[in-house]
Each structure stands twice: as structure tokens, then as C-alpha cells.
Design a protein around this ligand. Sequence first.
Ligand SMILES: Cc1cc2nc3c(=O)[nH]c(=O)nc-3n(C[C@H](O)[C@H](O)[C@H](O)COP(=O)(O)O)c2cc1C
Length: 364
Amino acid sequence: MAGAAIPAATRRGISGISAPTTPGRSAEADGPRRPGARRRSAWLRAIRRGAPPRPRTGRAAGPSMRDSDGRGLAPSGIPCHAAAAMSENDPERLIRGRYGVAPEAPLPFTPLPEVPAGLAALLDRRVTRRYAPDPVPEPLLQTLLAGAQSAPSKSDLQQYAIVVLRDAARIARIADWITGMDWIKQAPVFLLFCGDVRRGRRLCAHHGRAHANDNVDTFLNATADAALALGFAVMAAEALGLGTCPISYVRNHVEKIGPLCALPEGVFPVAGLTLGFPAGARNWLSPRLPQPVVVHRERYDDSGLEAALPAYDAARPPAKPRYPEIHGPRPEGCAWSENAARQLAVPERFGLRTWLKSRGLSLD
Ligand SMILES: Cc1cc2nc3c(=O)[nH]c(=O)nc-3n(C[C@H](O)[C@H](O)[C@H](O)COP(=O)(O)O)c2cc1C
């Protein structure tokens, strides 16, 4: 696949992460300065010094002043081409979307007056469950994987592995085992993120030392490393114009996926990740729980959970009921909290511990 043409969607994605340009002005004409460098130095430094966020000025106005190269600056001191792109990344719109806040309702907090493109992409991210058939060129994939490997790792031990599946027949086998997730088969690439305790054991053997950390803490560290790598892969994909969907259901079929991917003892799947060029409309933006439910200041305090649920449930359209065969049907759909309770009331993957132990993973 090396050298394959990069589809238009990706070219758009790539240009989306380089400096936005004013119409009629090429990126080259704006020079090689890193996108966002100026705006970070201007307003982020001020905020770090403790300045209150500037009042929002609405859409960036036309050039009101010039920088030393004669380029237009918006009133904020931000180059106009960058400011224009940032107005598309309106922080208020992004925060409303992320928390499902209606346009007429007050914002849950005052966001920054502007957000860099990378953060805007993160605030607007959602899973992709429809893929175009275009292959993912190898240079794109390898660069994305470098992004995944840029995740932090516990003690720099990097106790994870990523198995790349490109063979459509092998991806289809996983989809057929899981069933009901057509997007797995559609995606041209399937990544399996695994915790990897084996490599550490081998490093110990290589240096003539006994591995003394076969325990639940190592299992947790390896799982966290794999999950972080998956998260970084998701964001790298977004930056490249690709879409992803994590797949926990690989853990329902470990006894088949293990051999399919030749996973040795000490290596266990954490989650899969479908990867490809998005097709059709984007998935809906799934609003997150309000910050006071998830974020605790100085001390954990979840006393506001029940009070927060009605508004959060109302911010999301009713969803397909989980486990209708066990909890009963719900033709009108289920609110988020009820669906969470329905799901968590049914044991899932309780055989996993046995499989992990059989694969040489100690959870003691
Ligand atoms: C570890 C993990 C496993 C997931 N497993 C699946 C899965 O098996 N199938 C699926 O369609 N989505 C899966 N998802 C995606 C979630 O359903 C999705 O992230 C969630 O609904 C929120 O939507 P959003 O990512 O668009 O904000 C998984 C996500 C994570 C983080």
C-alpha cells in the first residue's frame, strides 16, 4: 500500500491541521510557522498569568491591524486567517455540544474565548460507524501509529502491543463473531490494542533477572498503557481525517481472537479499533455528564448525582433499550441512566478472568 494515492478526504484532513489560509492566499505564502504558535503566545500566556478570559467578541472581525509582515490581525491580535478558522471552532458551540446544553440555556461554565484547532477537534469528536471503502495508505497508518505510541506510558515501560489487521477476510471473521456491528466489516483497518506483560518478562530474561511483578498492578499498568495508546490513536486519526470506533466486544471472543492474532501468553486484548475514512453523515455528538458529576475538587463528592440525572437524561434522545429480554421491552426507548443500570445489572464477560489466568496473567 506504500505510495498509494491519498484520498481527497484525507488531503482535506491533512490541510485541516495545517495553518488555515485566507482565500486566495496559499499556506506556502504564509511561511512555515507552526499553526497556532502566535495565538498561543498571545492569549494563552495571558490566561496563564491569571488574566480573566477576554469578553467574547463574536466572529473574528476583518483586519484591524497588521503584524510586522503586513499580515492582517484580528482585534485579538490573532492572524486573521487563524481567527477565521477559530470562529468556526466557536468554544461556546463546542461546549454546548459536548454537554448537550440547549442554545437558550446558560453555559455550565465560561469557556476560553478561543480554542486551538486540536482542542476543538477533541471537543467535537465522535465515533465513526460508517466507512468508505478507500484503503488507508501505509504512510498514513504508520504516522497514526506513531501518534498512538506518543501516549504516556507507566514508568516508560510501554507494556502494550497493537496488532494491525488489514486482511478483509480476517476482519470479517471478527465482525461475524461479534455480530450486529457492521462497521467492523466496513472498516479497511482493524487495530487490536493489547496489554503486553510478555515483553517485560523477556526483558528480565534478557538481562538475567527474575520478573517479580506478575500481579494485578502490572495488569492494570498494561491495560492503562493500551487504553492510552488507543486514545491517542483516536485523536491521531481525527487529525488525519480518519474515523474510528473502539470495540470492547473483542473481549467476548478472546478464545478465538487470541489465536487469530497469534497472541502469546502475557498478551491480552483490551479493545479493538475500527479505522477508515468516514462515509455519510457524522455520528451524533454524544453529550457528556456535567463536570460536577465527574470532576471533584479537592475531595470526592458525588452527592449531586441523582439531582443531575433528569437534565442529563433529557439532553440525550432515548436510546435502544439494553437487554430487553431480561429487563423487558421499552418501545419508547431508554434514558441514559436507565440504560446504564440495565446494562450493569447483567454480568458481562465474567469468564474473562479465567481466560486471562489461562494465558499466564496473574491478577493476584
Ligand atoms: C473501551 C471502549 C470500548 C467500546 N466498545 C464499543 C463497541 O464494542 N462497539 C461500539 O460500537 N462502540 C464501542 N465503543 C464506543 C462507545 O460506544 C462510544 O465511545 C460512546 O457511545 C460515546 O460516543 P462517542 O465516542 O461518539 O462520544 C467503545 C468505547 C470504548 C472507550
